[in-house]
Write a protein that binds this ligand. Structure first.
Ligand SMILES: NC(=O)c1ccc[n+]([C@@H]2O[C@H](COP(=O)([O-])OP(=O)(O)OC[C@H]3O[C@@H](n4cnc5c(N)ncnc54)[C@H](OP(=O)(O)O)[C@@H]3O)[C@@H](O)[C@H]2O)c1
Length: 316
């Protein structure tokens, strides 16, 4: 063994010991560089999160706060937002400098109040680095039994609200030549499934608007990310509206068995730090369906029609 090592040392011209140590050192250095490059850098950034009082927005608040962001949390209920602020205030995260979040309360579906809310948001730190349009409402119902006012209500919250907020914040980002607008869309922003018309339509509209925005602000140094999760374990289905405008109030099986919101929030942080343009955050089934809708629409339509026949619009 000793002889063969000495033979190898003669062949390579240096001692195997220093060579091995050098290789290990290089590997460790590469690993450290890789880690540093992957490490989310949101420290000190001003991040606005709408719908931060519950579900995915609340988890995003936790994750971005822990990463050192200066948060502005938005929702309709000041008391629930304050509870989130207090919960975050009681935590420490090693050496990361964290900040007490600000809150701004407004109803996104009322576009006439969004401009003054945006002014309030901009007053908190003088600018916004990242705007996360997360707030949203879902819908369950049969189109035949759904009043147009419900279609409009969902569109107001999921589409016109975020659009109005984006357009109110956008000029300040353009002035600074930097800013990142993020939207939490859905797999249903890519494909429509039966009995979700209002929701799927609002998320498709969102996808189209923010795809246009991405192209238009690219040369101005601004970024746009459309992030589309599959089912996430939140109260989304409970809070959904039905065809007559009443609350659905049911925890659907698909939602109850959906992804852990903590994991999705971490994926959102990563996607924001890496300035990803468009990410589907879902498993193989929904991802295949998205491809099928483009590559083999006839089959997709048949599958959806069969799915609609098996459902009544009320349950999963
Ligand atoms: N859960 C899922 O399966 C899933 C899947 C894909 C995408 N998403 C998307 O993820 C986002 C967050 O949903 P979630 O799952 O966390 O649902 P959630 O628990 O019901 O949270 C919805 C949030 O939106 C806020 N909101 C609703 N209507 C509002 C309005 N008119 N004005 C201002 N804020 C309003 C709510 O705040 P207040 O009620 O306190 O005002 C709440 O914080 C939504 O955009 C949703 O479409 C969810």
């Amino acid at each position: 063994m000793g002889q063969s090592l000495r033979h190898m040392e003669r062949v390579v011209g240096v001692g195997i010991g220093p060579l091995a140590a050098g290789t290990v050192g290089l590997l460790i250095l590469l690993k450290v560089i890789q880690r540093l490059r992957r490490r989310p850098n949101i420290q000190d950034k001003v991040v606005v999160i709408t719908g931060a009082s519950s579900g995915l927005g609340k988890e995003c608040a936790r994750v971005f706060h822990a990463a050192g962001a200066r948060l502005i949390l938005c929702g309709r209920d000041q008391r629930r937002l304050q509870e989130v602020v207090e919960e975050l205030g009681n935590k420490t995260y090693g050496k990361t400098q964290t900040y007490t979040p600000c809150t701004v309360t407004f109803d996104l579906s009322n576009t006439s109040v969004v401009c003054s809310a945006a002014e309030e948001i901009l007053k908190c730190h003088g600018h916004v680095d990242v705007l996360i349009n997360n707030a949203g409402v879902s819908y369950r119902g049969n189109i035949l039994d759904t009043h147009v006012s419900v279609q409009r209500e969902v569109m107001d919250t999921n589409y016109f609200g975020p659009v109005a907020l984006t357009q109110a914040i956008l000029p300040s980002m353009v002035d600074r030549g930097s800013g990142h607008i993020v939207v939490i869309s859905s797999v249903q922003g890519k494909i429509s499934i039966p009995y979700r018309s209002a929701y799927a339509a609002s998320k498709h509209a969102m996808q189209a608007y923010y795809d246009c925005l991405r192209a238009e602000v690219d040369s101005l140094g601004l970024h746009v990310s459309v992030l589309s999760p599959g089912y996430v374990r939140t109260n989304m289905s409970i809070n959904a509206v039905t065809g007559d405008g009443s609350k659905y109030g049911v925890m659907d099986k698909t939602t109850a068995t959906g992804a852990d919101p903590v994991d999705v929030a971490n994926d959102i942080l990563k996607a924001v730090c890496q300035k990803k343009k468009d990410v589907v955050m879902a498993g193989l089934g929904p991802t295949t369906a998205i491809y099928l809708r483009t590559l083999w629409p006839a089959l997709y339509f048949r599958v959806m029609a069969s799915r609609a026949r098996k459902q009544t619009g009320k349950e999963e």
